[in-house]
Structures are given as structure tokens and as C-alpha cells.
Design a binder for this molecule. Structure first.
Ligand code: ATP
Ligand code: MG
Length: 449
């Protein structure tokens, strides 16, 4: 992509309305624009990062045997009356009437709708296990939308729902999602700590939140520091795998949020030098809730014994539009964002120090073509602007590798690579530069764990 033809409205000043660094940087880097309280447009570069996150989620969902569909954002109130949640949900739910005076709502979550889909088609134990998910916009009229897309009113959620014949099978499904979430967050470059959690309005009895540590996090967390070092299990997460041992291993180390922490138990379980008490951001939340929805909504399956029984369900959420700022909270420095390669909006930026100079333009044009041929997602800063502005801009938007070329380098046959994260610089022959960047990027793409 040529920057001269792109839409990247960066800001020099720190916007006053933004309290936390990720919100400031998302506005300054031209990723989002606020449209109303808790409502944002995703500008091209922000949207690109959001989509990279979505793609990683989709890959790990597919690997774990989950199947993607798409449900509407608008729902009929009748479904929620069936489950009993229409009155219980409260003011976070945006309610309205259509032209026929029918009660409608903008979905804050989809347990009811997916249960309705399931009961329409699935009748037998032979057709489960099933794990269906979608990635769709949600609306929750949050009391205090804040921190940009970290807590917005309209936000993107991956929400998945598992269906199993009995509790034992449903708990196995829960374990699989648990492990697949560990993998998903690791591929995003994040260390997410699973914490035993309250089930809240979703209900049920088994729940974990996945939390990343950040000073600006909304909740206080307490955990054993070894969790932060644990290698991500390289296991098969597909339907047939029993991941209870991995689950047991991960949950044997103490981790709890402020709502659930039992200070005495925490101190008994974790030696003083291993205690981590820090702020954290919830990026995912999973629940097993048994027959809470299937029973009132009559989503039954016939078991091997010929008897009908409500199907056992779980639900599993990840917030892609919250993950963008969460990643920035984890990866930034004084100059701007420092994207991990796996989610960077572009993997490399090519900086032409003298756009308009025929020889430099030709050499940079050739490098740009070489990047594309090498399959590297590159942004080419071909604008007629000063070097200082280009460097500051490249640092601000956080592209992992900068390839810098100007008339002097061209005369000497040398280009410069700047590693955004370490600040390290290397000078090398122009014709070796793209191959070098490719060799740096490839191992970090993390297609596999
Ligand atoms: P929170 O406690 O932060 O309000 P929640 O428990 O209400 O979250 P869930 O209903 O479990 O969240 O939703 C699943 C995921 O959706 C969360 O883990 C989070 O990543 C994301 N999410 C929830 N609410 C918001 C929001 N207002 N803005 C952005 N993302 C959100
Ligand atoms: Mg909430």
C-alpha cells in the first residue's frame, strides 16, 4: 500500500478526551474515530488490525472444531421472554419497537438465538458435540463507556456456544475451548491468565476469565507468577481430544480476580515471592451453564436410551475490538505503538527519504515490488514529506520493521533497517534488504504453535 493513496489521518497532539495510552495512540495513529459515546468508526489501519485479530481467532476456532455462522444483530424480544432474560437483563440492553410495534433489541449476546437455531435442527445425541460461533457486533448500553474501544457500547465479539449430550461431555468441550483460548491469545502475542470467575448474568457454575496484565486494567488480579511463564501446550484441540489434564495443570496454580479472591487461600497457595497482584484487562470469558437456556427453551436431544433431555451448553466470548487497545497497552513505548508481527497492520514500512527524486523513487519502487513479490504486507511511505516526520510517523504507527532509503544510501548501495521494538539499526546492501526483513518476519508470524 502506498501511503500517499492510503487514508491514515494521524494526529500530532495527544487528544484531551483520551485518558489511557491505548486510547490516545489509537486516535493519534488514525485507527478509530469516535462517532458518539462508546461508538467508533474503525479507520483503515484500525480495521486492518481488527481483521488480523479476527483471522487468528477464526483459525484457532477452526482448529478446535468450532463452526462459524452469522446471526443478526437485531433480535426479537420474544426469544428473550422464553429464557426469562428479557426482564432480567436491565438497562444495558438497547430495546426498541419496529413499525409493527413488535419489541426488538440489539443483541448484547446470543445464547437465546443460538439455542433457537439448535432446537430447530438438532434432535439426537448423534448430532452433538457441536460448537457454533459467530463474530458479530454487540450493543450494551454500558453505564460508563470509556477508554475508547476498550469499553464501548457497540463492540465486536466472538461468541461461541457448545452443545453436548451431558455434563461430562460439556465439561470436555469447556476444556477444549479453554486450551484453544490459551493458543489464540498466545498467537496474538499476549500472555492471558485464566482466572476462575463469577458467572454473572449468563448464569451457571463453571467460568473463567482470560486476563492480560496492564497498569490501566479495570480489575485487580491475584495469581501465581509461574502462570506467566507457562509454555502454551502444543496439543490437538479438536473434538476428540480430552484436554482435562492440561486444564487441571493450568488451573492448579492460583489465579483469581478481586471479586473471587480469598486472601487467606491466596496467601496459603502462593509463596510470598511468587505472588503477583496487579491490574488486568479481561479479554475473554467462558462459561459452562448446563441447561439454563435449553430447559426453558425446550432444546432437547434424544439420548442413546431413547429419552429426551435438555442439551448441555457453554458459551465462550472473546472481544476483538477490546483486544486492539489491550495489545497496545501491552506493546508501546514513548514513541508510539510497537505491534507484534502477528497483528501488525503492516509487517514492514518502506521509507523513501526523498520522494520526488527520480533515482530514489526508482530504487524504492523496486524495493516495494520486491516486498510484494516476497509476500510481505508493506506500507510504502512515498509521501513528499520531511524525513523527521516520516520517522516519527513510522514509530507512532508501530510497524515492526522500517526499511529506510535516501539518495546517500543509494549512492553507497546501502539501505538501513530499523527494528521498531529494540531500536536496533542495521545497514546492508540494498538488494539484500527485503530478504533480511523476510527472514526476521517469518518466524514471528506464529501460524503454528
Ligand atoms: P466486562 O466485565 O469487561 O464488562 P463481560 O463479562 O460483560 O465483560 P462477556 O459478556 O463475557 O463480557 O463478553 C465477552 C468478551 O467481550 C469480554 O471478555 C470482552 O473481551 C468483550 N467485551 C465485553 N464488553 C465489552 C465492551 N463494552 N466493549 C468492548 N468489549 C467488550
Ligand atoms: Mg460487561
Amino acid at each position: 500500500m502506498r501511503l500517499s493513496r492510503y487514508f491514515l489521518p494521524t494526529l500530532r497532539e495527544v487528544p484531551k478526551e483520551a485518558e489511557i495510552i491505548s486510547h490516545q495512540l489509537m486516535l493519534r495513529a488514525g485507527m478509530i474515530k469516535q462517532q458518539a459515546a462508546g461508538s467508533y468508526s474503525w479507520l483503515p489501519m484500525g480495521f486492518k488490525v481488527l481483521n488480523k485479530i479476527v483471522r487468528i481467532i477464526e483459525e484457532e476456532q477452526a482448529r478446535s472444531g468450532a463452526v462459524q455462522l452469522l446471526m443478526p444483530t437485531l433480535q426479537s424480544a420474544d426469544l428473550w421472554r422464553e429464557s426469562g432474560r428479557y426482564d432480567a437483563y436491565g438497562k444495558e440492553m438497547l430495546r426498541f419497537k419496529d413499525r409493527h410495534e413488535r419489541d426488538m433489541l440489539y443483541g448484547p449476546t446470543n445464547e437465546e438465538m443460538i439455542t433457537d437455531i439448535f432446537r430447530t435442527y438438532v434432535k439426537s445425541y448423534k448430532d452433538v458435540p457441536l460448537n457454533l460461533y459467530h463474530i458479530q457486533w454487540k450493543f450494551r448500553d454500558e453505564v460508563r463507556p470509556r477508554f475508547g474501544t476498550m469499553r464501548s457500547r457497540e463492540f465486536l465479539m466472538k461468541d461461541g456456544y457448545s452443545f453436548d449430550v451431558d455434563e461430562a461431555a460439556a465439561v470436555r468441550a469447556y476444556h477444549r475451548v479453554f486450551v484453544s483460548y490459551l493458543r489464540t491469545f498466545a498467537r496474538l502475542g499476549l500472555t492471558a491468565i485464566p482466572m476462575r470467575a463469577d458467572t454473572g448474568p449468563i448464569g451457571g457454575d463453571l467460568s473463567h476469565e482470560f486476563i492480560i496484565l496492564a497498569e490501566t486494567g479495570e480489575s485487580q488480579v491475584f495469581c501465581h507468577s509461574d502462570i506467566l511463564e507457562k509454555p502454551i501446550p502444543a496439543v490437538d484441540t479438536d473434538f476428540d481430544s480430552d484436554l482435562s489434564a492440561v486444564f487441571a495443570d493450568w488451573t492448579s496454580l492460583y489465579a483469581a480476580t478481586e471479586e473471587m479472591v480469598d486472601q487467606a487461600a491466596y496467601e496459603a497457595a502462593v509463596p510470598a515471592d511468587k505472588r503477583v497482584s496487579a491490574r488486568g484487562i479481561e479479554v475473554g470469558h467462558i462459561f459452562y451453564f448446563g441447561t439454563k437456556y435449553s430447559e426453558p427453551m425446550k432444546a432437547n436431544v434424544t439420548g442413546p436410551d431413547g429419552k429426551d433431555a435438555p442439551v448441555h451448553m457453554g458459551s465462550y466470548g472473546i472481544g476483538p475490538s477490546r483486544l486492539v487497545p489491550a495489545l497496545i497497552e501491552a506493546f508501546h513505548d514513548d514513541a508510539g505503538i510497537v505491534w507484534p508481527v502477528s497483528v501488525a497492520p503492516f509487517e514492514a514500512i518502506l521509507i523513501n527519504l526523498k520522494a520526488g527524486d527520480a533515482a530514489t523513487d526508482a530504487a524504492c519502487g523496486a524495493l516495494y515490488a520486491e516486498f510484494q513479490a516476497a509476500g510481505i504486507d508493506v506500507l510504502y511511505d512515498d509521501r513528499d514529506a520531511g524525513a523527521g516526520q516520516k520517522f516519527a510517523n513510522a514509530d507512532l504507527i508501530g510497524i515492526p520493521y522500517q526499511l529506510i532509503l535516501g539518495p546517500r544510501g543509494l549512492r553507497e548501495g546501502q539501505a538501513e533497517i530499523k527494528h521498531r521494538k529494540s531500536g536496533e539499526r542495521e545497514t546492508l546492501p540494498i538488494d539484500a534488504a527485503v530478504a533480511r526483513i523476510k527472514s526476521l518476519i517469518e518466524p514471528q508470524r506464529l501460524d503454528q504453535i
